[in-house]
Design a protein around this ligand. Structure first.
Ligand code: CAA
Length: 387
């Protein structure tokens, strides 16, 4: 029985910072950001978008095509959680009127958490073949104004439906994992921005890629040439590019060209949105599917990395007719119609985002894509509304 990705919804807020503007404001050479880091723009979430509202918006994109009677599981992966106790998924469930009988919870292991959700969902569908599972990854990456990590911020969500006979990607059996207790990136409970050792995290990411990719090939008796494309967790596109260079080392020209072209296509959305932590790998997959020309049966590799650290490599095959399930025009419009913030406006929004929510103050949204937004807080309960 094939199990895999049947739907993919994507959401990113309606505001962005241009990297040339940011470089000029920080007295940096723009090429450091555009080429050295590999980012063109970064999405900015104002106070009306949080992990929950973005997750609702990404899911709402395909909800009308879900057989709700068969939905048995909803998992929310995030490192931008809004509560220490209650799962973000319960807000999603209420907003979208999902059935009361589903099992639902939140899951965490930095950027690996959506992959953890995917594997749990796959096992769930294996055990309950006629049921489906919804998994959401949603995050706001905040490192701080004028920090080295500032250029690698972003905001957005991916939501996926996992079921048997999937319409987009059928996952293949097998995976290779690697974990170690290290301190490359983390966010203690009392901090609103991440603590990161950026150069160390880059080195560990590449070490973990080496620890999972080659063993995967050996275990599955596959060659690098057997992949049409490999998608990476992209905290910034240069990071994935470094892993890509390791993958193509010593390969024939045709394989190098195919994997390199498809790497650039997989990085297209990330260059515009920035880091969305848990959903970043899956935004790369969506970017490749919507901007590339994969054929039915083509094998795609997934490299998932979450700081702390946990990594996994696995693969899937593209399903015949997958294009019909995608919404490239909608996503192109969502990215195109965003508002370009001046650096002063961005700094104001960023600073506001670090503060506790005020009680009983109603927020209004200026978004034209994604109708759900955070309208404020009453009695420490976040209020979500639809425009
Ligand atoms: N033109 C072109 N390239 C230039 C340049 C110029 N004028 N100036 C510099 N560069 C290049 C450098 O050569 C360098 O390239 P290489 O890496 O290929 O050598 C690149 O630009 C970056 O330069 P620096 O390393 O000097 O930049 P920096 O010290 O400002 O730090 C960073 C860069 C480490 C990525 C920093 O932005 C950072 O800490 N980011 C956050 C860390 C991060 O995203 N880690 C990823 C894993 S964590 C994660 O994803 C989270 C999770 O699990 C939750």
């Amino acid at each position: 029985m094939d199990i895999g990705i049947d739907q993919i919804g994507f959401y990113t807020p309606n505001k962005f910072v241009d990297m040339v503007d940011l470089a000029n404001a920080r007295n940096q050479d723009p090429n450091k950001f555009l080429i050295g880091i590999g980012q063109d723009r970064m999405a900015v979430a104002d106070k009306t978008q949080d992990a929950v509202s973005m997750g609702i918006n990404a899911t709402a994109e395909y909800l009308d095509q879900v057989d709700l009677e068969k939905l048995g599981l909803l998992i929310f992966a995030t490192e931008s959680g809004i509560d220490q106790s209650k799962s973000a998924s319960l807000f999603v469930k209420e907003a979208l009127n999902l059935p009361a009988q589903i099992r639902t919870f939140e899951i965490k292991e930095a950027c690996f958490a959506l992959t953890a959700s995917l594997q749990v969902a796959r096992d769930y569908v294996r055990a309950h073949p006629h049921h489906s599972a919804m998994i959401i990854g949603s995050d706001i990456a905040r490192y701080g104004l004028s920090t080295p990590g500032e250029v690698t911020q972003g905001a957005g969500a991916i939501s996926m439906l996992i079921k048997e006979d999937p319409a987009i990607i059928a996952l293949e059996d097998g995976h290779t994992s690697h974990s170690e207790n290290i301190n490359d990136f983390w966010r203690p409970n009392n901090l609103a921005t991440a603590v990161v050792d950026g150069h160390y995290s880059r080195d560990v990411y590449l070490d973990f890629f080496k620890s999972t990719f080659k063993p995967f090939l050996e275990e599955k008796q596959l060659a690098v040439a057997d992949f049409a494309g490999i998608c990476y967790h992209l905290p910034y596109t240069k990071m994935g590019y470094k892993a890509h260079k390791i993958a193509i080392e010593g390969q024939d020209d045709e394989t190098v060209k195919r994997l390199s072209d498809n790497f650039q296509l997989s990085a297209k959305y990330s260059r515009q949105v920035g880091n969305i932590y848990t959903a970043s790998l899956y935004m790369s997959v969506l970017s490749l599917l919507e901007n590339g020309e994969l054929e039915a049966g083509d094998r795609v590799g997934f490299f998932s990395y979450g700081s702390g650290a946990m990594a996994e490599f696995f693969s899937g095959r593209v399903v015949e007719g997958y294009q019909k399930r995608l919404r490239p025009a909608l996503h192109a419009r969502m990215l195109r119609e965003r508002i370009r913030l001046g650096i002063g406006q961005y700094e104001e929004i960023f600073t506001e985002g670090l503060q506790a929510l005020p009680e009983n103050v109603e927020f209004t949204s200026d978004a034209n894509h994604g109708t759900w937004y955070l309208a404020g807080q009453e009695g420490y309960v976040r209020q979500y509304k639809q425009k």
